[in-house]
Design a protein around this ligand. Sequence first.
Ligand code: MF3
Ligand code: CO
Ligand code: CO
Length: 260
Amino acid sequence: MHIYLKKNKIIEKMRISGHLASQVLRKIKPYIISGITTAELDNICQNYIIQKQAISGCLGYHGFPSSTCISVNEISCHGIPSKKKKLNNGDIVNIDVTVIKNKYYADTSKMFIVGKTKKIAYELCKAAKNSLYITFPIIKPGLPINIIGRTIQKYIQKTPFSIVKEYCGHGIGLNFHEIPYILHYDHYNTIILKQGMIFTIEPIINAGTNEVFCMNDNWTICTKDHNLSAQYEHTILVTKNGCEILTKRKNEKIKRIYSN
Ligand code: MF3
Ligand code: CO
Ligand code: CO
């Protein structure tokens, strides 16, 4: 097993996949209102993906039944969209979009807030977002991979929140999930970042304990204490001297290219 280093022709394809995934999250935003079901949101995303001659990476993945993962409030990740699940004011919602375009995957997710929510929920979403964003200025060739996790951990330790340890970022390309795996906490690791690596970073941050469990549908991951959970995810290319955020949204307040 070796880590596949992507060259220009493939990077160009992954930029296209990344842009499409980012657009799904922009297009879905106006639909996130009280009363809509998560199945309806999933349908809108699926239609957009198909319209762009792409397919969902989630649909049928190990039997996953939908095009997106939609995880509301105490659901940490892998929520299955449902006709029975209506959004309410104050909900915090993660939509996780994976597309395949020209055989290449891109994977991204963000939090949405339905109407207005309580302070702690805003702060949790902000901490999850920042825990992803603070890794961008450190990513460059030569960086030991565990420093990404250490950076996230140091940041979250200063908040009242906790990091879920069971899920991690992952290499991505022709495969949905490939090496290297990117843990969101410090650990022993000898992998060194190299130019051409493409991987996701996708920290899941909990308001209470970091413990989670899998529900009876064998997919939905829920916090053990039923407190809130939030996640942000981007697909990131290691460049010659920094990184490029392949799933950056047009209106997102980050740089696309970091020279570090
Ligand atoms: N998109 C998730 C990730 O970030 C994986 C979802 S797998 C699915 O890696 F089958 F639930 F869609
Ligand atoms: Co991912
Ligand atoms: Co994802």
